[in-house]
Design a protein around this ligand. Structure first.
Ligand code: ADP
Length: 228
């Protein structure tokens, strides 16, 4: 599904954020990416989204070499990858329904598809009754549910969650993790960058640990490493 081969990313200022990374993530996996701040987690995510390109080496997403991807192919790639962030990134002037619908409008889905799909994902994240509200009228956990609904509304095969629980209290964080797990069980590959030790330790999924740009640990049914 996603493969990094001998991948190095050096930023224009000369800083090497990732160094000779080899990593393969299979379809349907749930993978935690952990590591101290500056370890290279965000760089990894930006590479998958093709916001940046490698300095050397290869990244394949569904068999496609991203460095060789044409500009016009990028929207299709991004349609296939849902993303949620720590800070939700919702459109504050738009309702819950409109926020989710917007993700479908961007990829030119038909009005019929939008009318069918948006209520379905809002129901999946438990927000059917809040469709007409604005983000400012919701709790943090509810806002993250909207962001999740928006991330999955186009049925992506990959969901990337970058510190999705970083702004949430523990109970709410667990609700979001429950949803990520459910989305994973429905077949979506989930990649989650996190510092949430408790969550990593109780889910016992694959844990890939980065330290200063290299992978220092890659464990199935892993735990949060002491050093990260
Ligand atoms: P993490 O997400 O694990 O905190 P990052 O991928 O953001 O790590 O950063 C890895 C390293 O790359 C850090 O040393 C950071 O300062 C550096 N870095 C990140 N983005 C840039 C950039 N645009 N230009 C230069 N250096 C960067």
């Amino acid at each position: 599904m996603i493969e990094f081969i001998n991948l190095t990313k050096t930023y224009p200022n000369g800083l090497t954020a990732l160094s000779n990374i080899n990593l393969k993530i299979e379809k349907g996996e749930f993978v935690f990416i952990v590591g101290a701040s500056g370890a290279g987690k965000s760089t990894l995510i930006k590479l998958i989204l093709r916001e940046i390109v490698p300095t050397s080496g290869t990244i394949l997403v569904k068999g496609k070499n991203l460095a060789k991807m044409k500009r016009r192919e990028i929207p299709l790639l991004r349609r296939n990858i849902g993303v949620v962030f720590q800070d939700f990134r919702l459109l504050n002037e738009r309702t819950v329904y409109e926020n989710v619908a917007f993700a479908m409008e961007v990829v030119e889905a038909s009005r019929k598809e939008i009318r069918r799909q948006v209520p379905m994902v809002l129901s999946l994240v438990g927000l059917s009754s809040k469709a007409k509200m604005l983000p400012s009228q919701l709790s943090g956990g509810e806002q993250q549910r909207v962001a999740l609904a928006r991330a999955i509304v186009n049925n992506p095969s990959i969901l990337i969650a970058d510190e999705p629980t970083g702004n949430l209290d523990p109970d709410t964080a667990w609700e979001i993790i429950g949803l990520l797990n459910e989305i994973n069980c429905r077949g979506t590959t989930v990649i989650m960058a996190t510092h949430a030790r408790d969550i990593v330790n109780s889910l016992r999924k694959r844990v890939v640990t980065f330290d200063r740009g290299v992978i220092v640990n890659d464990r199935q049914r892993g735990e949060y490493p002491d050093e990260a």
